[in-house]
Ligand binder design. Structure first.
Ligand code: FNR
Length: 368
């Protein structure tokens, strides 16, 4: 029997066999009843494609530009925490694969490699995902280090004033393995002492970390403040309504990521693909709009672009593939998605990313 991996989803089951239960549950879980987790995938399946035939598709160009950078495809890597829990090389393996694929990686603030270690792997397009901590000096220092390490933008995650209720982590008494830590925080606070303190508390250590350190008072004024302390473009990640997209524009952000944090925060919010269009309409081309959440197929990428996204980001498939095959696994995930996207374009009768149009998809709202 062949063991060849032929699609991105197959890595999930393999990762489950490979990782300790506590780690797999951490990567895979959504919050509470995981309604939104299922919906992130299901909503893609309810969108139909409207192909055009007899178009010469002998040359397909899947390249695009994001924030002024030309990249190999509109498929990028979302920030996910703790890659060394999936593979000993952690984010170093991820960044090598992403750079070789000539696309963009957002490094998580909660990574197990520091931004300086990431920069030392060589050139590449990296954005830094930021949380705002109660101690504003920590945030300032992280932003300055991201600038110095050559990161191209700050991606402020705005959906996490507190951690969503991930019940598997609570049951497992989730803890970061003792040989790992939040590398970017070392030197800024005594991470090991903090983690020791949390180990004595019950429930999920990830939730305790957020409760202890994240600034719950974060609001739109702070987005302005963040922009005032950096020359880097600031994007916001975690927008789910047109109303907030308008406020983000008023705050002067450089881009919007439609995200529900991989369904790990508030359960029962809509799938990201279901709210993308309302946000795209509100933004009206003033800044790029990106999407993450449940993207597992080239057809998903195509649907998001047809509904107005400038690109998509993928989350869980990265740690899953890392756990199975390290850097080669991440390379394979990116290659499979690229190839599926190219095939989708060919079968849709589209030769370049900018030719992808709203008419190429039919959603449940359309009365065709
Ligand atoms: C995340 N996500 C996330 N987001 C963020 O801004 N900072 C972070 O540190 C993390 N960490 C994280 C860990 C894990 C295990 C997951 C699954 C997700 C959310 C992430 O950036 C992205 O929004 C989702 O993962 C996208 O959904 P899919 O592709 O996982 O379905």
């Amino acid at each position: 029997m062949s063991t060849e991996i032929v699609n991105v989803d197959e890595y999930e089951a393999l990762a489950q066999r490979r990782m300790p239960k506590m780690a797999f549950d951490f990567f895979s879980s959504g919050s509470e009843d995981q309604v939104t987790l299922r919906e992130n995938r299901a909503a893609f399946t309810r969108i139909r494609l409207r192909p055009r035939i007899l178009v010469d598709v002998s040359n397909i160009d899947v390249t695009t530009s994001v924030l002024g950078f030309k990249i190999a495809m509109p498929i990028m890597v979302a920030p996910t925490a703790l890659h060394k829990m999936a593979h000993p090389d952690g984010e170093l393996a991820t960044v090598r694969a992403v750079s070789a694929a000539n696309t963009i990686m957002i490094l998580s603030a909660s990574a197990t490699c520091s931004m300086e270690e990431i920069a030392a792997t060589g050139p590449g397009l990296r954005l830094f995902q930021l949380y705002v901590y109660k101690d504003r000096n920590i945030t300032r220092t992280l932003v300055r280090r991201a600038e110095q390490a050559g990161f191209k933008a700050i991606v402020l995650t705005v959906d996490t004033p507190r951690l969503g209720r991930r019940e598997a982590d609570i049951k497992n008494r989730f803890k970061i393995p003792s040989h790992l830590s939040y590398k970017n925080m070392e030197g800024l606070m005594n991470v090991n002492k903090e983690i020791d303190k949390m180990n004595k508390t019950s429930g999920s250590e990830a939730a305790a970390w957020v409760d202890n350190h994240f600034d719950r008072s974060l609001n739109w004024k702070d987005v302005k403040w963040l922009q005032s302390i950096t020359k880097l473009p600031v994007l916001v990640k975690g927008i789910l309504t047109a109303e907030d997209a308008v406020l983000a524009l008023q705050a002067g952000v450089a881009g919007i990521m439609v995200s529900n944090h991989g369904a790990r925060q508030l359960d029962h919010v809509p799938a990201t693909i279901s709210v993308l269009e309302e946000i795209v309409k509100a933004v009206a081309g003033r800044v790029p709009v990106f999407l993450d959440g449940g993207v597992r197929r080239g057809t998903d990428v195509f649907k998001a672009l047809a509904l107005g996204a400038s690109g998509v980001f993928i989350g869980r498939p990265i740690p899953y593939a890392l756990s199975v095959d390290g850097e080669a696994g991440v390379t394979k995930v990116l290659q499979m998605l690229r190839d599926e996207f190219e095939l989708t374009m060919a079968l849709m009768g589209v030769c370049s990313v900018k030719e992808i149009r709203r008419q190429h998809v039919q959603t449940e709202q359309d009365s065709v």
